[in-house]
Ligand binder design. Structure first.
Ligand code: ZN
Length: 133
């Protein structure tokens, strides 16, 4: 999930910040992140920006985060079924685990992931919040 360098972040900008994936030209199956070979055998895809809304398929609470996320001692991760097809995993924001319910509507928001005090890089990306917020 985390960038190793600003250049890597720039290369993944469309995918990470704009939910850009692909749709198979042959069978129309959507993928996020991008794939190069579809289960139907096709290798031809059209780029597709997904809407960023979906429903919560499953979730868990992280209580021992990685070093980059030390500012967030606990947080929730969700498996989200996007309204336009793909299933993605993302951090859930503005919500406690006891408020999460399978099937609840969610929307993507642009939020800070972490800041690296050593080199001054502040990492941002998409998280999901309840759609009614
Ligand atoms: Zn296909």
């Amino acid at each position: 999930m985390m960038y190793k360098s600003p250049i890597q972040g720039w290369r993944q900008y469309q995918s990470r910040y704009c939910l850009q994936g692909v749709v198979c030209k042959s069978c129309k199956k959507p993928f996020y992140p991008q794939k190069y070979l579809c289960s139907c055998g096709s290798t031809e895809f059209d780029e597709c920006k997904f809407k960023g809304t979906g429903t919560l398929f499953s979730f868990t609470n992280i209580t021992s985060p990685s070093a980059e996320l030390k500012d967030a001692p606990t947080y929730c991760i969700g498996l989200i079924k996007l309204d336009d097809g793909p299933m993605i995993m993302a951090q859930l924001a503005d919500v406690k685990i006891e408020d999460l319910k399978i099937g609840m509507p969610l929307k993507s928001v642009f939020r800070k992931f972490y800041s690296n005090n050593d080199d001054g890089i502040v990492e941002y990306g998409l998280k999901f919040v309840p759609k009614d917020f």
